[in-house]
Design a protein around this ligand. Structure first.
Ligand code: ADP
Length: 358
């Protein structure tokens, strides 16, 4: 098994678009890395460069000890699973799974063994003689994974493989992919724009912003210790509450809102306070007042949305905030809630650079 190294990797498309602007990464053998970020940030470009489907404009990509910049995709010993499954429609499931191995003139008995093993692992044994159009979306995606598994590659590459599935199936398949990856222990790179998928699948995730890795680390490390405003707002659902503030040496201020418990912050600088919905609790001694305008009941937990009183957003409008609690948290509409949070659980960022200060 091999790891994957990226050194100063760049990609400029022929039209001049700088999709990847210098990425360094050391992926350990057996690790599952998720590239996550908004649409257009460069995730697919980076994955496709590892796969060999895009040329590399600068830097080096290695698998194990071998620099693979100029190695053809079929010689890289990687297997990719695509969003649209990319199955051959006129071939049976067995045909699809064995096609790549036959092309490599692998022994027939070995092909059959590998296909049967993968099919049983993916629970698609009973469909081996069907055509793709006789399968559901989830079953097709299993065949696509089966085709990757039989190749026994050094690295699995997943490009938003669950995007075409409905919500329930996505969750099921996500759990199955994680189990399979653990069991097979194959180095994997997985691209998604879905932060829940990223959090749950990754050993480490790389948050990508405009062609650069903004932060890389274990999911909970990024959640608890984001280095930038971008990472804090991308990771976590519901999203972190963001309140524009300034510091006067004693308190953080916005309108009539004054928050104590912060120090060592620059004055006369636009700052953003970040408070996660789950660190606030109702308390008469609280620092924040919220007027409730919506309660979402999710079963085990409730989300309460409302306007923060006394403060405004950058446009001068009401600031919507969210509070997360258990199912007993059921305030009436228009109720006034007083909320408290420990300043040590909140973050303060510079608005201009997004750098975290506290
Ligand atoms: P993501 O996968 O995060 O949505 P992409 O890697 O697809 O992002 O794209 C990154 C950037 O590169 C975007 O600005 C996109 O418009 C640009 N881009 C992607 N593919 C091409 C291409 N073939 N030619 C020119 N620009 C491209």
């Amino acid at each position: 098994m091999s790891g994957v190294q990226l050194k100063s990797v760049r990609k400029t498309y022929p039209n001049g678009a700088e999709a990847i602007r210098g990425v360094d990464m050391d992926i350990k053998s057996g690790e599952m890395i998720v590239f996550v970020g908004p649409s257009g940030c460069g995730k697919s470009t980076l994955l496709r460069m590892v796969a060999g489907l895009e040329s590399i404009s600068g830097g080096d990509i290695s698998i194990g000890d071998r620099v693979i910049n100029d190695v053809s995709p079929s010689e890289r010993d990687v297997a990719m699973v695509f969003q649209n499954y990319a199955l051959y429609p006129h071939m049976s499931v067995r045909g699809n799974m064995s096609y790549g191995l036959k092309n490599r003139k692998m022994d027939k008995a070995e092909i059959e063994k590998r296909v049967n093993e993968a099919a049983s692992m993916l629970k698609i044994d009973q469909f081996l003689d069907r055509q793709p159009n006789q399968l559901s979306g989830g079953q097709r995606q299993r065949v696509a994974m089966g085709r990757a598994i039989v190749r026994n590659p050094q690295v699995f590459l997943f490009d938003e493989p669950l995007s075409n599935l409905d919500a329930k199936l996505r969750v099921q398949m996500r759990i199955e992919i994680k189990r399979l990856q653990r069991r097979m222990n194959v180095t994997s790179i997985y691209v998604t724009h879905d932060q829940t998928e990223a959090m749950t699948l990754a050993d480490r995730l790389a948050v990508i912003n405009e062609g650069l890795v903004e932060q890389m680390g274990a999911p909970m490390e990024l959640y608890s210790n984001p280095k930038t405003l971008f990472v804090a707002s991308f990771i976590g659902a519901p999203q972190i509450n963001l309140i524009p503030v300034t510091f006067d040496g004693k308190t953080l201020n916005n309108g009539t809102l004054k928050l104590a418990g912060f120090k060592d912050l620059p004055e006369q600088t636009e700052l953003v306070l970040g408070v996660r919905p789950d660190v606030m609790t109702q308390s008469a001694k609280g620092q924040l007042d919220m007027r409730v305008d919506l309660v979402e009941q999710h079963g085990g937990e409730n989300l309460v949305y409302g306007a923060l009183q006394g403060a405004t957003n950058d446009e001068g409008d009401e600031l919507e905030i969210c509070l997360k609690g258990n199912k007993a948290l059921l305030p009436d509409l228009d109720a006034a809630l007083r909320l408290s949070f420990d300043p040590a659980t909140a973050f303060v960022f510079r608005k201009d650079t997004g750098e975290r200060l506290v």
